[in-house]
Design a protein around this ligand. Structure first.
Ligand code: SIN
Length: 491
């Protein structure tokens, strides 16, 4: 059990957090949270349903009445205290991430810092949320705008960043004065519950931050939150298919939405690139969390003049990786979230090989380690008819595609229906501006594969969704603008 492993067992919570209390499910039912590397059961967590979710909404609605009136400075102080508590408990929080999600401990520590950075960032943004004054056409009128909290919000988060996806949404919402019902992924609820415990210690009033844990009733709880008239906004990170479903459900109440959905990131290496930089960038971007991020490179386009050399250097580095359980100190890359995810990678590899792609590294499940492990794979000779070019693999498969000129590669890059992140490497300054403007994505990395930062507005275009998280505009997603026109009588 996780309580026997982590530094501070007090942070291991196994029930939902509603109206300032950790509560069991009405039915008494629980679901097992397992370590994806070993299948070991880490915790038995309350499996709540619609009734408990309704109570969480009621708590958030009640708490909103007073929380919306708090000063931005007081919310800033609460967020700052939450940040400090995260840093004080960084080791335990990293252990929880590594255990429930599988990522290596060093990477999990990185996620704790990244996650806490959103609390720090939005503690600084809270006091700076403000409106505008504008001159009107009518001489007597004075016009100003207010940015007010939208209301109680629901945040629906994925398993790949069990901590950072909570804080990126929650910190912006709280800074704006909203209250929250969070529904973490059933695979990884422990990090979110630990955050709830720390939020309580930081001093957030009861009902401001609620967590509903659910597995069996996942879809019903999601539907309730999207359709509930008193939930005024839903923020979701996950697949495009689920995003479309939630958008349909939210239509009945005209909810404000932000959706961070799937990606299929192009990663382009031009013949004028710094090759070492590009190889390191590809490693960082493609294999972060064993390929399980929405902004991982999915299609690696390399100019024909440097293709063979790039492939050789990439494979040399990949062969030094060590797959294993996240908690082993020698592990560089962990398992996938479950066996199904490993099977998906395998289906992409088999499809590509059947269409004449060549395996330069890996290419098989790492069954000796367990059903969720897949060997880090590099494929050469990938073409646009292959599955790995058209679907997000969400696993450790680097698909190398050869190209000849800039226009051709931009067309290939933009041929995807989604547009979250895109990357390219070039030392030509005009090309840098040109290609950054041409790529149909929400975020571009130029000569870097690591773009994540609380200062960056995170989000996509096309079927990758809409809305931005982080940055100064992160709080806009949780406010509504009210225009006030005052007619001034002349003396
Ligand atoms: C994601 O995979 O959606 C999040 C990645 C990040 O924030 O860096």
């Amino acid at each position: 059990m996780a309580t026997n492993i982590v530094k501070n067992p007090e942070l291991v919570k196994e029930s939902s957090y509603i109206n300032g209390q950790f509560v069991s499910s009405d039915s008494g039912r629980k679901f097992a949270v397992k370590n994806p590397a070993t299948e070991e059961v880490l915790a038995e967590v309350s499996d709540c349903g619609v009734a408990e979710a309704n109570r969480a909404v009621d708590a958030a609605v009640e708490a909103f009445k007073s929380f919306k009136k708090t000063t931005p400075r007081s919310r800033s102080k609460l967020l700052r205290r939450w940040y400090e508590l995260m840093m004080e408990n960084a080791e335990t929080l990293a252990q929880l991430i590594s255990l429930e999600n599988g990522k290596p401990l060093a990477e999990a520590k990185g996620e704790v810092n990244y996650s806490a950075s959103f609390l720090e960032w939005f503690s600084e943004e809270a006091p700076r949320i403000g409106g505008q004054t504008t001159q009107t056409s009518a001489p007597a009128n004075r016009l100003y705008t207010l940015k007010q909290p939208v209301g109680p919000v629901a945040i629906l988060t994925p398993w790949n960043f069990p901590s950072a996806m909570i804080t990126r949404k929650a910190a912006a919402a709280l800074a704006a004065g909203c209250t929250i019902v969070a529904k973490p992924a059933a695979e990884t609820p422990l990090s979110c519950l630990a955050l709830a415990h720390l939020a309580e210690q930081a001093g957030f009033p009861k009902g401001v931050f609620n967590v509903v844990t659910t597995d069996k009733s996942l879809k019903d709880v999601g539907k309730l939150l999207c359709e509930h008239p008193k939930i005024k906004k839903v923020s979701f990170t996950g697949s495009t298919a689920v995003g479309k479903l939630l958008m349909g459900q939210s239509a009945s109440t005209m909810k404000k939405l932000s959706f961070e959905l799937g990606g299929n990131a192009p990663f382009i290496v031009f013949d004028d690139a710094d090759l070492d930089l590009a190889v390191d960038g590809a490693i960082a971007c493609k294999f972060r969390h064993t390929g399980q991020t929405c902004i991982c490179a999915n299609r690696i386009f390399v100019h024909k003049k440097i293709y063979d050399e790039f492939a050789k250097r990439l494979v040399e580095k990949v062969k030094k990786f060590k797959l294993g359980p996240g908690m082993d100190s020698s592990t560089t890359h962990g398992p996938l979230i479950h066996a199904r995810a490993a099977q998906k990678v395998d289906s992409h590899v088999k499809d590509a090989v059947s269409k004449n792609a060549k395996v330069l590294a890996g290419g098989t499940p790492a069954t000796d380690l367990g059903a969720s492990f897949y060997n880090i794979t590099v494929l050469s000779g990938v073409t646009k008819d292959m599955l790995c070019m058209n679907e997000e693999t969400f696993g450790p498969l680097a698909a190398l595609v050869k190209f000849s000129d800039e226009q051709e590669v931009i067309e290939l890059a933009n041929s995807a229906e989604v547009g979250l992140a895109g990357y390219f490497f070039s030392e030509n300054v005009s090309r840098v501006y040109r290609v950054a403007e041409e790529l149909e994505v929400g975020m571009v990395g130029v000569n870097t594969g690591a773009i994540s930062d609380p200062a960056m507005p995170f989000g996509g275009v096309k079927e990758s969704g809409f809305g931005r998280e982080g940055a100064s505009m992160g709080t806009d997603e949780y406010t509504v603008v009210k225009a006030v026109t005052v007619a001034v009588k002349s003396n």
